[in-house]
Design a protein around this ligand. Structure first.
Ligand code: UFG
Length: 339
């Protein structure tokens, strides 16, 4: 049982991972600058688990402060979630992305070296497979990126690999997420993007509660079952459990590894819309719009390696993802702000 620092710990995936860590007997400590989250998450985690995790307001760019946190709390592993994640915004604000994501990772690694912390789990993304990959994506596929956000994820991975070559005591787990959706089944925690959502599911959820008029389906002329884009949606609770398996694997003394976290099953935009309508009982108005720049027809995981190494199997179905997303959204139309 370990004290584990979660940078970006009050964010969407961090909060869900904190729940599963607590339920597994670990002590997560959530560090965040609240640029896209709120400390109120801690009370919701307490409602679910009975334990209120410690929350520290801190930017990952402050290396000295990180060293202090790692030492003071006797941290044995870091799960590094803290990063900007919007593709379009990264094209507009590349400096902000390189600074926050790449320099943030450098800062975390430097702090870990100074404090003698040897285990890091990185939030990586299927975005590192670029646009030329042929699904299902396997971990040994060549890496590339088509936008600054994707570049930062490729760089963050590379930096950690290089540091681990030089520092034999460092062990890493690189987790390449496919499309995380859904929420904790209790409806206590979930995703609450600020402004107009970029991603499909939060947009659909906001149409369902009447906050947006209709969904634009970006393209229906792709070579897929119904012409709309295919992705590998994974329930955030499955993803969270993947992090706990990964950190346990490292803490047990195993070697570094890089794995996909996905279901391996492609689902189209219209299939997702239909599943959400069924789960919520709400009609989702949509219109067919042109393809979105940079989108590809189909992205889904080869999930074999995570299964072999970690025994990771996804448990939640598309219908569970939609049900839990709807429970969260309908009970928390203003996210963590009370109505
Ligand atoms: N889509 C719509 N309408 C919308 C939003 C999305 O039709 O309003 C479609 C997209 O065209 C795509 C699918 O829904 O076919 C999923 O789109 P998302 O934006 O939800 O997810 P992406 O697969 O495009 O993006 C995800 C991550 C990014 C990552 C990218 C590439 O959110 O961080 O995968 O791996 F960069």
């Amino acid at each position: 049982m370990a004290n584990i620092l979660l940078t970006g710990g009050t964010g969407y995936i961090g909060a869900h991972t904190a729940v599963v860590l607590i339920e597994s007997g670990h002590t997560p400590i959530l560090l965040d600058n609240f640029s896209n989250s709120t400390p109120k998450v801690a009370e919701r985690i307490q409602v679910i688990t009975g334990v209120k995790p410690m929350v520290i307001e801190q930017d990952v760019l402050d290396t000295a402060a990180l060293v202090d946190v790692l030492n003071t709390h006797d941290i044995q592993a870091v799960i590094h979630f803290a990063a900007h994640k919007a593709v379009g915004e990264s094209v507009e604000k590349p400096l902000s992305y390189y600074q926050n994501n790449v320099m943030g990772t450098l800062s975390v690694l430097a702090a870990m070296a100074q404090a003698g912390v040897h285990h890091i789990v990185l939030s990586s993304s299927a975005t590192v497979y670029g646009e030329n990959g042929v699904p299902p994506m396997s971990e040994d596929a060549p890496l590339s990126a088509t936008n600054p956000y994707g570049q930062t994820k490729v760089m963050m991975e590379q930096i950690i690999r290089d540091v681990a070559v030089a520092d034999k005591t460092l062990r890493y787990a690189m987790l390449r997420y496919f499309n995380p959706v859904g929420a904790h089944p209790s409806g206590q925690i979930g995703e609450h993007p600020r402004g107009i959502p970029n991603n499909l599911m939060p947009y659909v959820q906001q149409v369902a509660i009447g906050l947006r008029e209709k969904l634009s389906v970006f393209g229906n002329d792709y070579p897929t079952a119904d012409g709309t884009g295919e992705r590998d949606y994974i329930h955030v609770m499955d993803l969270a459990r993947g992090h706990v398996l990964a950190v346990n694997h490292l803490l047990a003394g195993n070697d570094s590894f890089t794995v996909n976290l996905g279901t391996g099953k492609p689902v189209t935009v219209l299939q997702m819309v239909q599943a959400f309508e069924q789960a919520s009982g709400k009609p989702i108005a949509y219109t067919i719009a042109p393809r979105r720049a940079g989108d590809v027809a189909s992205v889904y995981a080869n999930p074999q390696l995570a299964r072999q190494l970690l025994g990771f199997e996804t448990e939640y179905t598309i219908s569970d993802m939609c049900r839990d997303a709807w429970v969260w959204q309908s009970r928390n139309p203003n996210g963590y702000d009370e109505a």
